[in-house]
Design a protein around this ligand. Structure first.
Ligand SMILES: CC(C)(COP(=O)(O)OP(=O)(O)OC[C@H]1O[C@@H](n2cnc3c(N)ncnc32)[C@H](O)[C@@H]1OP(=O)(O)O)[C@@H](O)C(=O)NCCC(=O)NCCS
Length: 219
């Protein structure tokens, strides 16, 4: 419904970063005013504990205190793995801003207290959330990314937001991990071979997904 607005915003972000910054500031203000309480409550109930490959694991919201942990995880990941992951800057200052933001919800997946997965939802005042995920390459291909999709569906459902993403047609890992969960709806083609997609939410997304991943062999 609002795909045209998202397409325009995406182009503004690419072509006019200064104007995008003003838009983003206005959006953050509007989102906080309209949905601030709901966002706070959702964060409070977003922690899930379980197992990954027999090891204790937890997925929980991240905050400013997680800056060094998140920075160290990302800094240790080879550039090639980050090729399609540009939801925000990845240097320490940018991560600090993101972790402080009240309109970007960030989550970490910890296995044996080590951060191995990062997920985020960027919230927009038109009740749209943009999703992103990053799994440490040592844990990739073991179903962790798929779990985080379920988890983000749940968070979006609780917030009452629709969830969208911009995905490169070349990002096979991302497309296949989505396809393994449920089909994506393609809303539009974007510059640079990206596409705007929307996730269909189901009534089952009302429940926090159980965190029980059988095998997570380090590659
Ligand atoms: C995209 C990403 C989050 C997927 O997470 P993941 O934990 O590796 O994926 P999963 O183990 O859940 O994979 C689920 C499916 O995707 C497939 N898959 C995973 N990595 C793949 C790859 N590199 N190439 C092709 N298929 C791949 C798996 O085989 C599996 O398919 P199946 O269920 O049919 O067997 C992860 O690869 C990643 O962090 N990539 C770098 C960051 C990025 O590009 N993020 C995308 C923006 S959303």
């Amino acid at each position: 419904m609002t795909a045209w607005l998202d397409r325009i915003t995406y182009r503004v972000k690419l072509l006019l970063p200064g104007a995008y910054w003003v838009l983003a500031w206005g959006n953050a203000l509007g989102t906080r005013l309209l949905y601030g309480r709901r966002i706070r409550l959702t964060r409070l109930e977003a922690k899930v504990e379980g197992f990954v490959g027999g090891d204790p694991a937890v997925v929980r919201p991240l905050g400013p205190a997680d800056l060094e942990t998140l920075h160290d995880m990302i800094a240790a990941i080879p550039e090639d793995h980050l090729r399609f992951f540009h939801p925000h800057g990845l240097d320490r200052n940018a991560l600090h801003r993101v972790l402080q933001s009240r309109t970007i919800l960030t989550f970490g997946m910890f296995v044996r207290q080590r951060l191995v997965g990062y997920a985020l939802l960027k919230l927009f005042a038109n009740r749209t959330a943009y999703a992103g995920r990053l799994i440490h390459p040592e844990y990739a291909g073991a179903g962790l990314g798929r779990y985080l999709i379920h988890y983000l569906y749940h968070i979006g459902f609780r917030l009452g937001f629709r969830i969208r993403a911009t995905i490169s047609r070349e990002n096979m890992a991302c497309l296949r991990s989505h396809a393994a969960v449920r089909p994506l709806r393609i809303l539009a083609s974007l510059p640079n071979n990206f596409q705007l997609v929307e996730y269909n939410q189901l009534p089952s997304d009302a429940d926090l997904p159980v965190l029980a991943i059988a095998s997570a062999e380090c590659h």
